[in-house]
Design a protein around this ligand. Sequence first.
Ligand SMILES: [Zn+2]
Length: 595
Amino acid sequence: MTTSVPTFTQARWSLSELYPSPDSPELEATFKKLEEKVGEFEKVRPLLSDEMDNDEFMGIVRQLEGIHHDGNVLYSYAGLWFTEDTQNQNAQTLMARIEQFLAELGNRTLFFSLWWKDIEEAQAQRLMSGAGDYRYWLEEMRHFKPHTLTEAEEKIVNIKNVTGASALNTLYDSITNRYTFKLEVDGETRELTRGELMVYARQHRPELREAAYRELYHVYGKDGPILGQMYQTLVRDWRNEQVNLRHFASPISARNLANDIPDEVVDTLLDVSQKNTPIFQRFFQLKARWLGMERLRRYDIYAPVVKSEKSFDFDTAARLVFDSFREFDPQIESLARRVFEQNHLDSEVRKGKQSGAFCWTVVPGITPWVKLNYQGRPDDVATMAHELGHAIHSMLADQHTLFTHHASLPLAETASTFGEMILVDRLLAQEEDEDVRRDLLFRQVDDAYATIQRQAFFALFERTAHEMTRQAASVDDLANAYLDNLRLQFGEAVELSDEFRWEWVSIPHIYNVPFYVYAYAFGQLLVMSLYQQFKAEGESFKPRYKQILAAGGSVAPVQLLSQAGIDVYKPEFWQGGFDVIASLVDQLEAIPVQK
Ligand SMILES: [Zn+2]
């Protein structure tokens, strides 16, 4: 294996496994083929009956899968091509054409899921018993049966939503996306977008961090009463529909069912998060010492502690990632290598190329494509491990159907975050430069705060806000409740200023997708706990871990984890995740502070 040493260089990916070129006859033929397949599928409509036999039923399911398969290939080709150069008008046009085409096909195949949700339980059970790997997908659709209204009512809800909740959300986006922010930097006043403004929140100079936050909430705060009113309207609409009409037990239950996570599990997760505020408070106190401050202000929680200049060339980075993966498991390494070997990786930085990173799975059986914008910072190495982790997850689950391949939201970040942790461990073990070590550790806890604790406390606020709104609370009452939520989170460790009362009106997720945020905390804590089990058990942990990944989206999350010996109903499980963060803070506390 070590006789020939490959060298990794940054390159552009190849999409030729999907189509030879954007104007190839093969691509054009897919439109025609899909049109025909959907035409065929429409003919099964009159055949749908709860008395149909298993073979006939499965034939229809596979027909639908075939349509989705071709649609995914078509859409992915255009989508991936577009990210290579977002200024490419041909790519834009192709993508728009495909989106429109697929939306129309989607409407024409919708009848199947409506019929499936509607049939009698005994017949559904009979059909599912012969459905093999498709089973969980079929089962999940039917979870919504008790909360589904009559067809006429559903149509009314849909129509009224367009001009109701979704119109309010569009309005919220339109209003807030127009905001511009003014910031004085080195004597010059700059006009910035929110994204540009927030770069200063992670800046070295404390006065700029403060000014950035003050400006952010000054602008949102001016519209605070109106944005708050919009939020309350959405909250009332959510209750009217989900609780009153669809009979969910509580506002959050509707989201929990969509994630297929039981209410008690989410409650436990949020309770344990609340009990663990002291860990992050300790972290913030530590950070204050490193920054030479008496007490950290809310403005400073993402302040950088070190300015490390360490950089990794691409070849070194790829080797580091492969080495750390191999040390964990050789199969994991060889799957990650496949992305490189098949030329499915675009790691170059080019003008016009979409920023950021992703892993894009097209269909099971084809190696995913990974996009990076590799620039050599320690962060970029971690991102490489993260995205390759996603690719590994996808390839380990390759034996599943298209409908059961992709892990559900709370499990989707498992392999990516785990891969990052393996890498960081290796870096920490071999790094001798204390600055770089410290930088890596601080970054890990910063991330844990942002993805776990901050999100869990958003969800806790949402729960309070939905209940308070039911009891006719005002927007100011909600703003005060939000400050209470922050006080609980930060305790004495962080100085809070009054403008943060408007932070909640600046969080699009709580408007657009109520209670979405806890899935982040779920996923990250899960990985932290898994990692702790790995540390404690070593080898025996690995098959269990790979089994979780290999299940893809073919099993309910809670059931899957319980098969792996993990009981997410137990507070101790979630505590295990926080214990990992606590040990990171311990390591940081052991380093003598230099100012
Ligand atoms: Zn990810």
